[in-house]
Design a protein around this ligand. Structure first.
Ligand code: TYM
Length: 329
């Protein structure tokens, strides 16, 4: 059976970008693949979370993952730092990752631009740690949003380089998993590209109805179409992109027609969008608190997940170390 893996940083709450870009697809895949899903707490250290908040952040994301439908009996659900083999493979892969290629990564350049006071080397080698996460389970598919495609390409480069340098075929090249048209980018409603935690524009699965409605009603729009059948500006296209994710096709068609004949009222569109987002998120939100407060359940899930993941990771690491030339005395 082929292996699927994906992860999420343990920062904040799950937002619609995480859900539609990646999580919803994991949930669909867990019946048909050997699945590994994890919470990337080591990656989150790049932004220096306070020690008092660190564990709670992992717990929040874990509870939200479970509430959104990940079934720990069907997949290995674990915490990245519980798998020391990841850190060991990260060291090996770092020797094959060149400074120039890491500096050219779009996500690194963005981080440098946004936080020039914290350009640590963990950020520079962030894609190498991600490659270690993926390669340590020899994953075939990685369902991620569009924003992670370049990291996946770097993972393939490192897998090829390792295999070729050490004359082996330890690592398969992981592919991004294509549902429908392929990886998507869920936009923010502030007109600023993607929805994201660092962007501060998230609509969260944990948000209540009132908060969601407020966020959607504040979405940036323009003064409306002036010519029939005109192209939509980005901020309006963003509203439609979200609408397509959460609403019935007939609803999307209705507002498209209204756009095309210039009779659209953005207030109506936003009200409908907010209501349909709530319809998707409410059943998930209702489960989050009960899971968050069930320490015994979370302990069982993460222990079983850790054991499954370590069994897989230690087998791969043994192969990789043998290929590099490590031998015991
Ligand atoms: P993170 O925590 O930023 O996001 C988790 C997942 O959500 C997807 N995503 C989006 N998809 C579409 N539109 C958006 N606006 C949007 N925002 C987030 C991301 O593509 C991702 O799939 N580096 C990763 C975590 C990670 C990982 C890995 C993922 C660490 N190791 C190994 C896969 C495999 C990250 O920061 O994702």
């Amino acid at each position: 059976m082929e292996t699927v893996l994906s992860g999420i940083r343990s920062t904040g709450h799950l937002h619609l970008g995480n859900y539609f870009g990646a999580l919803r697809n994991f949930v669909k895949m867990q019946n048909d693949y050997n699945c590994f899903f994890f919470i990337a707490d080591l990656h989150s250290l790049t932004t220096h979370p306070h020690p008092d908040d660190f564990h709670a952040s992992v717990k929040i994301i874990l509870s939200e993952y479970l509430a959104a439908g990940l079934d720990p009996d069907k997949c290995a659900l674990f915490i990245q730092s519980d798998i020391p083999e990841v850190s060991e493979l990260y060291v090996l892969l770092n020797m094959l990752a060149y400074k120039g290629e890491m500096e050219r990564t779009a996500s690194f350049k963005d981080k440098v631009r946004l936080n020039p006071e914290n350009v640590n080397t963990g950020l520079l080698t962030y894609p190498v740690l991600m490659a270690a996460d993926i390669l340590v389970h020899r994953a075939n598919y990685v369902p991620v949003g569009k924003d992670q495609e370049q990291h996946l390409e770097i993972t393939r480069v490192l897998a090829r380089r390792f295999n070729s340098m050490y004359g082996c075929d330890v690592f398969p090249e992981p592919q991004s998993f294509k549902f429908g048209s392929g990886p998507i980018k869920v936009p923010g409603l502030d007109g600023n590209g993607k929805m994201g935690k660092s962007e501060g524009n998230g609509i969260y699965l944990y948000d209540d109805e009132q908060t969601i409605t407020k966020k959607v009603m504040r979405a940036v729009t323009d003064s409306g179409p002036t010519e029939p059948n005109s192209e939509k500006p980005v901020v309006i296209e963003n509203l439609f992109t979200l609408l397509k994710l959460v609403s019935e096709p007939s609803t999307v068609e209705y507002f498209n027609e209204k756009w095309n004949d210039c009779s659209i009222r953005y207030g109506d569109l936003k009200k409908q969008l907010a209501a349909d987002i709530c319809k998707v998120t409410l059943p998930i939100r209702e489960k989050i608190d009960a899971i968050y407060n069930d320490d015994a359940y979370l302990h069982r899930v993460t222990s079983e997940g850790r054991d499954k993941a370590r069994a897989s990771a230690s087998a791969t690491l043994a192969l990789a170390k043998k290929a590099v030339g490590f031998r015991t005395f």
